[in-house]
Structure formats: structure tokens, C-alpha cells
Write a protein that binds this ligand. Structure first.
Ligand code: C2E
Ligand code: CA
Ligand code: CA
Length: 399
């Protein structure tokens, strides 16, 4: 759905995308859609900010009241600040805001975003995953975590990526749940653990003192020989438990609580850090926090996304940080996208931040190039520079 009051733009974008085989619908503005919001129930809405009598914000509100959550790209010549406000509002409403493109239209950039979206919407099958496992198409990207009081990189989170020659980049949201259902999460996790451990060993040798966080589905933790197998691999790679964090995802899916408690307690005793992932969402509740022996709590990015303009989200974040403090847990905020969010989190007492504001997840070679320069006065386009990080820390001190 292309929404733009400029007919030239509608036909330009329309023909660009229909040539790629997409079905196109167009609208001039809110008036046309108000009485037919179902027309917005599409995979992608390309939305102009200024729409004559209405704005992109009105369309976003219409989406919210109609409970429709398409992916949205903002395409606009309006001031960046306004457009970003619309992006934040969209995110707050749970829309998948894919990005902002400025006018005049950068056609290759638009096509890139659309292609990525298409790849991510394509359902992957068990057969696909099996073939990708055999061919070694799963990789890890590493996203740095920053200590909010010193500005140092305290570690990385290893995130699964599937680089498929035909499908392109398939994000984990498309394959982890499929792999969890069909059991392939187990061989997949071992493949990724092997990669993470080998990487951790190489980085140690290069003098990088980084904690490595690995995501673990409950199903993997619940396999019979999980612990001995994991320890064997650790020994083989010469990696110590003290340099690893296990982020337990989807804790709601734990089938045998007693067993999980037993496994996690042993891991804790061995020196691993254990994190409850996505805390505050349906999958990670107080009950699990109460029962399982965690050492770290990761605040879900849904709260972080809204904390700077929604008092409720801010209160929840403050409460969660206080809760973590009382329970003696490390607290990590994920999904930090703006300076303001980082500041608020630091003031609230959060130890560690992770998110696009600091750095996107990077493949190993890129991560090394960036991290190698971190601390030197070299500005870097991949992740944040040391200089900016220092400024961030200074700005956080109340004046
Ligand atoms: P997660 O564990 O909550 O990981 C954080 C996700 O947030 C990652 O998405 C990361 O790329 C994204 N992210 C980081 N910073 C920002 C930010 O500033 N803004 C926004 N909007 N997003 C940010 P990704 O890599 O797509 O992974 C999605 C989920 O897939 C992960 O969520 C995790 O639950 C799961 N996953 C990834 N790798 C693995 C794995 O190896 N094993 C298992 N079991 N699950 C995995
Ligand atoms: Ca995680
Ligand atoms: Ca999360």
C-alpha cells in the first residue's frame, strides 16, 4: 500500500514495485482509508509524512485503532525530527517500522528493504533448515554490550544468522521457532555453540577480554547430555565458564521445572552467568525469575523502546532495575536505540546497555575491525566510537 498525496510519487513507487512482481494498492491520504481501513491489512505500507490535510501520524493512529500491524516504511521530505516522531509512535503501537527513506526516492534502497522483508516473510520449512545445517549456512553476528558507567565493552551477544544463497539473509525470528518445533534447534544450537567457542578462543588469544553470551532455548537445556556435552566442547576449545553467559529464551517453554533448576544451578556453580532473556514479556515472568537461579536479567526491548516518552514504560523499567538490584542480579537493557534511552537507563541504575545506538550486531571480521579501533580516536561507522561513548557518560552525570 502506497500512501502519498503526490500522484507522481504514487505511480513512481508503484511501478517500481509492480515490476518486481508485487501487488500494489495506493491511496492519497487518510480520507480515503478512514472508511476502509481493511485496505491497510497488507504486508507493507509505504507512507508519506505530509498528506495534504492529514499526516502519516493520522494513518498510524488509524492502524492502531483498527488493530492492523503491517510493516511500514516512511518515505518523506518532511523534517527528520517529525518523521522520527512518527517512527517512535509506530513502534509504540507495535508496528514493524522498517525505516525512513528521504525524498527524492532512493530506489535501490527501497528495493533492498523490500527484498529483505520478502525474505523474512517467506516461511522456512524443516527441510530448508536441514539443508542449511548440512551446508553450514548458519553464522553468528556479535552485538557488543556496554558498561554504562565506564563506557567499556563488557561482552557480546552471539545472534544466529542464516545466509542463504537463494533466500538471502533469513533473520532468527523466521527459523528459531520452526527449529524449536521440529527439534532441529538442538543440532543448530550445537553448531552455533561450536562457532561461538572457537571465536571466544580466538578473541582471548588476540587479547580481547569479552564475555560471550549465547542464546539457549529450554529444549536444548533439557536434553539428557546437555551439561557433559557442553563441558566437553568447552574443554576442546579451551574456554572457561567464567567467560560465558547463557541467555535463556522462551522460559515459558520449560517443561520440567525441577530439572531446569538442577541444570541451571550446576551451570551457576561452574561459573557461567545465566540470564533471563526478554524479561517482562509473556515468556519471562516473575515466577520464572523466582524459581530459577539467574544471575542476570535482560529487560525486553519493548520497554526500552517506549521509556523516554511513556511514563508507564519508564516506571516499569525503574521497577525492574530496582528488582534486579535487590535480587543481586546484573541488569542489561536491550534495544537501546537513542541517546535519551541510554541516559534514562543509566540514571535509573542499569549496568549494561545493548542496542543500535551503540552498535548493530556485526560479523566477526567487522566486529574485530571496530573493536580494534575502540579506544583510539578513530571515528567508526559500524559501532559507536570511544569518544562518543565518553561524551555519553559525561552527559549522563546530573549537572
Ligand atoms: P533477543 O535474544 O532478544 O536478541 C535481541 C534482538 O534484538 C536481536 O534480534 C537483535 O538484533 C535485536 N536488536 C539489538 N539491538 C536492537 C535495537 O536497538 N533495536 C531493535 N529494534 N532491535 C535490536 P535478532 O538477531 O533478530 O534475534 C531475534 C531473536 O532470535 C533473539 O532475540 C533470540 O530470542 C532469538 N535468537 C537469536 N539467535 C539465537 C540462537 O542462537 N538460539 C536461540 N535459541 N535463539 C536465538
Ligand atoms: Ca538474547
Ligand atoms: Ca528481547
Amino acid at each position: 500500500m502506497i500512501i502519498d498525496d503526490d500522484p507522481t510519487m504514487r505511480s513512481l513507487v508503484g511501478s517500481l514495485l509492480s515490476r518486481q512482481g508485487h501487488d500494489i494498492d495506493t491511496a492519497e491520504g487518510l480520507d480515503e482509508l478512514e472508511h476502509a481501513p481493511e485496505r491497510l491489512d497488507v504486508d507493507l505500507v509505504i507512507l508519506d509524512y505530509r498528506l495534504g490535510r492529514s499526516t502519516g501520524l493520522d494513518v498510524i493512529r488509524l492502524l492502531m485503532t483498527s488493530s492492523i500491524t503491517p510493516h511500514v516504511i516512511l518515505l518523506s521530505g518532511a523534517e527528520r525530527e517529525r518523521v522520527m516522531g512518527a517512527v517512535e509512535l509506530g513502534r509504540a503501537y507495535g508496528l514493524h517500522m522498517l525505516g525512513v527513506l528521504e525524498k527524492p526516492l532512493d530506489a535501490p534502497a527501497l528495493l533492498r528493504i523490500v527484498e529483505q522483508l520478502q525474505a523474512s516473510l517467506r516461511v522456512v520449512s524443516s527441510g530448508h533448515i536441514r539443508a542449511a545445517l548440512e551446508r553450514g549456512h548458519f553464522l553468528l553476528a556479535y552485538q557488543p554490550k556496554f558498561c554504562l558507567s565506564t563506557g567499556r565493552v563488557s561482552g557480546v551477544e552471539a545472534l544466529a544468522r542464516w545466509q542463504d544463497p537463494e533466500l538471502g539473509l533469513v533473520p532468527p525470528d523466521r527459523f528459531i521457532s520452526v527449529a524449536e518445533k521440529d527439534g532441529q534447534i538442538i543440532p543448530l544450537t550445537w553448531q552455533l555453540v561450536e562457532q561461538a567457542l572457537a571465536q571466544q578462543y580466538r578473541w582471548r588469544r588476540a587479547g580481547f577480554d569479552l564475555d560471550m553470551a549465547i542464546n539457549l532455548s529450554p529444549a536444548v537445556l533439557e536434553t539428557d547430555d546437555f551439561l557433559p556435552q557442553f563441558l566437553r566442547r568447552l574443554t576442546a576449545h579451551n574456554v572457561t565458564p567464567g567467560s560465558l553467559t547463557l541467555e535463556l529464551t522462551e522460559t515459558r517453554g520449560i517443561r520440567d521445572m525441577d530439572r531446569a533448576i538442577d541444570q541451571l544451578s550446576r551451570l551457576c556453580d561452574l561459573g557461567f552467568s545465566i540470564a533471563i532473556d526478554d524479561f517482562g514479556t509473556g515468556n519471562a515472568s516473575m515466577l520464572q525469575l523466582y524459581r530459577l537461579p539467574f544471575t542476570q536479567l535482560k529487560i525486553d526491548r519493548a520497554f526500552v523502546a517506549e521509556c523516554t516518552y511513556d511514563d508507564k514504560a519508564e516506571s516499569i523499567i525503574q521497577m525492574v532495575i530496582e528488582l534486579a538490584r535487590r535480587l543481586g542480579l546484573d541488569v542489561v537493557a536491550e534495544g537501546v536505540e537513542t541517546l535519551e534511552q541510554g541516559r534514562l537507563l543509566k540514571r535509573a541504575g542499569c549496568h549494561t546497555g545493548q542496542g543500535y545506538f551503540f552498535s548493530r550486531p556485526l560479523y566477526a571480521d567487522r566486529f574485530e575491525a571496530w573493536y580494534g579501533n575502540f579506544g583510539k580516536q578513530i571515528p567508526d561507522k559500524e559501532g559507536i566510537s570511544w569518544h562518543t561513548m565518553q561524551q555519553f557518560i559525561q552527559q549522563c552525570h546530573p549537572t
